[in-house]
Each structure stands twice: as C-alpha cells, then as structure tokens.
Design a protein around this ligand. Structure first.
Ligand code: NAD
Length: 395
C-alpha cells in the first residue's frame, strides 16, 4: 500500500515502515559516530522500548556497547488494511539492524503491567541470557489494569488544587489559544499515580530478582521530567508530577533492595522532547516549540538519542560520577535548564500568537520531529511508492 500521514489531533494514525527503519538508522549512525560506551551494559531489558526515550535506550545499549536487548512494548501490528503503529515498525527496524550486526534482540509485544508479560520476559531471560545487567523503565501509558486488584486505572493530565488557565498550541492547526483545565479529583490523582508512578517499576524489579534473572550489580533507571515554572501547574505540580514523586520514592526502595549486592537504581530527569507521550500534554508542545528554537540557536539542541547517549556515557557507565542533584537524581536536562535558555524561552512565551508562531517558535521543527515518530519526512524514502506494510516481529 501507499502510506501517507493522517494526523488526528496529537496522534498520527498511520506509520511508514521504511521511514521508521530509516529513523532507526539515523539514531544508530549517531551512536556509532560517538564510539563505544565504556563498560556499557551487555544484557539489557527495556520496558517501553518501541518509541521515544525507551527506543533510544535500546539503540544506545545495542550499538554503543554491543548489548543483547529484550524490548517490551504495546504496539499494534498491521491488519485489516491498516499499517502498524510507528512503534511496531520501529521495533521491526531495530531488530533487523541488530540482527544484521549479529546482536541478540527479542521483543515482547504486550501489556507490561501484567504478571503474564513479566513472567514471559523472565522465562525468555532464563532461556537466552541468564541475567540482565540493566533494566530501563520507560513506560508512558494511558491506563493500567492492576495485576493484583483487577482495577482499571486511567491517567489524566490535570492540575492539582485549582484549575489552570494558560497558553497552548494546536500543533496541527498552528493556532494559539487560552485553555482552562479543571483541577483533578482525588480519584484522578490516585489513578494517575497508579499508572505513571513507581509501583510497576518496583514490581518488575521484585519479580526479576525473585526469578533469579537480575544480575547482582544491575543498573536500573526510570525517566522523569521537571521543566520550567510555566509548565509546573500542568506537569510538576499536577497529576503527572504526583506520579513522578511516587516514581522517585520507588527508586529509593529499589535501591535499598538491590544496593547490598552492588545494584544501582536511578531516576534520570530528561529534557522535554517531541514524543507521543509529550504531544498529549497541554501547554508542553508550545514550550517545546520555543525551547527547540532557543536551543538550536545556541547550538545545544538534543533529541532522544543525544540525550540517552550522553546519559549512558557521562552519567551511568565507565566509572563516571552520575552528578546527582540534591534530591538524588541524574540531571540530563542540564542544558534545557540553563538560566540563559530558560530566560530566552520566558521572554518569547508572552509574545507568541497564532500570527507570529512560525517566526518566534520552531513549530516547523516540532512538526518535523512529530512526523518522524511515525516514519514520515525521512530523506531517501519514496513516500509515493507502494510498500509492504505487513512486517512482523520475531516474537
Ligand atoms: P513514548 O510515548 O515515546 O513511549 C512509551 C512507551 O511505552 C512505548 O514503547 C509504548 O509501547 C510503551 N507502552 C505504553 N503502554 C504500555 C503497556 N501497557 N505495556 C507495554 N508497553 C507500553 O514516551 P516517552 O516520551 O519516551 O516517555 C518515556 C518516559 O520518559 C516517561 O516516563 C516520560 O515521563 C519520560 N520523559 C519524557 C519526556 C518527554 O519530553 N517526552 C521528558 C522527560 C521524561
């Protein structure tokens, strides 16, 4: 079939298999250019491995330190005349590239919150790898079926305590508007913590340890975001921020469970980037569009692969100091949070209107990055040609 982008609000409902594979190749080329990661991990489990930060973590592990990788994600394969999701094609592209290099790469497509998928992963590690020496937890999910209680929790992105009114952009239409979001109820806060907090990360580590498949000196990392004050009402001080505080508490518990054997648990605060998860958060896409403009002008812009490559090389492996902040977190958002970057963003923020959006912000770069998540806009791909959409993973 011929596959063209079909953007519906903050998602694109089509994806291009060759474009996704080309996007993977771009990321691999970046890691290769940087050279090998000293004392990098060798057997890596990535939970949330098909897009965004998890995908980059898988690529840096495989192509930076030659790691065998197991990727867990929840993606739709092609069927009924519809192409697969971008994350599915990314994973096919990743597996093909890894296998070509002689690297072990297996994927498990299913609900990471379930006991069944956890057991499947444990069985696979036992059979093929023995243990994993790194576990990356990079889920961004809209809901969670709790494996013990059977309850269904839905995450929401809302302020806590009071409603919030602020500027936002419709990235598809290019229209700036003022939006108001009502404060979350107690139930919505608890549900968001259940989905995006730390309980599931801890369950993974507990079960991997109990299954005997976690190497004693394993490193585990989960990703966090803080960002500037203009996004705090909706992010850091909102429902998702409450979930991230829960994630940090889980990190301390995990550290105390694995630390005696030499294991290490980290929270890494990463930069704001265009991803399927971030595009769904009001206010954040406008902030990202301005941030990209500023950071590109200053020559310090980074995408997912640059962020994770720097995380592995300069904070996690090779005996480097992780440079923890006062709250014990890694700060790979350090370039984003530089005062001169934040001042430039804050100066632009009040000035942006629908009319000057293209001039004052990098909305064009935002849209380009967004389409690339689905394999569109990659150089060298003939988007008018028919492609085989029915690619499948070796599960
Ligand atoms: P993403 O949307 O690109 O990726 C989410 C991943 O989770 C995908 O692989 C998806 O398949 C997987 N997933 C979702 N539900 C699942 C389920 N039930 N079972 C198995 N897999 C499932 O997200 P992202 O933006 O890369 O975010 C990953 C992490 O990084 C999140 O914790 C997020 O808060 C954090 N983070 C993101 C940003 C940003 O700007 N994007 C910044 C800092 C930190």
């Amino acid at each position: 079939m011929i596959i063209r982008p079909k953007v519906r609000g903050f998602v694109c409902v089509t994806a291009h298999p060759q474009g996704c594979a080309a996007h993977i190749q771009e990321q691999i080329a970046y890691v290769r250019k940087e050279g090998s990661v000293k004392q990098g991990p060798k057997r890596v489990l990535v939970i949330g491995a098909s897009t965004g930060y998890g995908l980059s973590s898988r690529i840096v592990s495989a192509f930076g330190s030659g790691a065998a990788t197991i990727g867990v994600f929840f993606e739709r394969p092609a069927g009924n005349g519809r192409p697969a999701t971008g994350g599915y094609y990314n994973s096919v592209g990743f597996e093909q590239a890894a296998h070509k290099e002689g690297l072990y790469a297996r994927s498990i497509n299913g609900d990471a919150f379930s006991d069944e998928i956890k057991q499947k992963v444990i069985d696979l590690i036992q059979e093929d790898l023995g243990t994993v020496d790194m576990v990356v937890y990079s889920l961004a999910a809209p809901r969670r079926n709790h494996p013990k209680t059977g309850a269904v929790h839905k995450s929401t992105i809302k302020p806590i305590g009071a409603s919030f009114t602020g500027k936002s952009v419709d990235t598809d239409e290019g229209v700036i508007s003022e939006i108001t979001i009502e404060a979350a109820t107690g139930r919505e806060i608890a549900d968001t913590i259940a989905v995006m907090g730390g309980e599931d990360w801890e369950m993974w580590i507990d079960q991997l340890k109990a299954g005997g498949v976690l190497a004693p000196d394993a490193t585990t990392v989960a990703y966090d975001y803080i960002g500037p004050e203009m996004t705090w009402p909706i992010y850091t001080n909102g429902t998702i921020g409450a979930a991230k505080r829960d994630l940090r508490a889980a990190c301390s518990r995990i550290q105390s469970k694995i630390g005696d054997d030499g294991g290490r648990a980290f929270i890494s605060v990463n930069k704001a980037l265009v991803s399927q998860a971030s595009s769904a958060i009001p206010v954040v896409p406008l902030y990202i569009s301005i941030l990209y403009k500023v950071m590109k002008q200053m020559g310090i812009h980074e995408g997912c692969i640059e962020q994770i490559d720097r995380l592995f090389r300069t904070r996690l492996f090779g005996g480097v100091d992780p440079h923890l902040d006062n709250d014990g977190r890694i700060r790979i958002d350090d370039f984003e949070m530089r005062p001169e970057v934040q001042k430039a963003v804050a100066d632009i923020w009040p000035e942006v209107t629908t009319e000057n959006l293209a001039e004052l912000t990098d909305i064009a770069g935002y849209r380009e990055e967004f389409l690339k998540l689905f394999g569109f806009g990659l150089p060298g791909i003939d988007y008018e040609a028919r492609v085989d959409s029915e690619l499948s993973l070796k599960e």
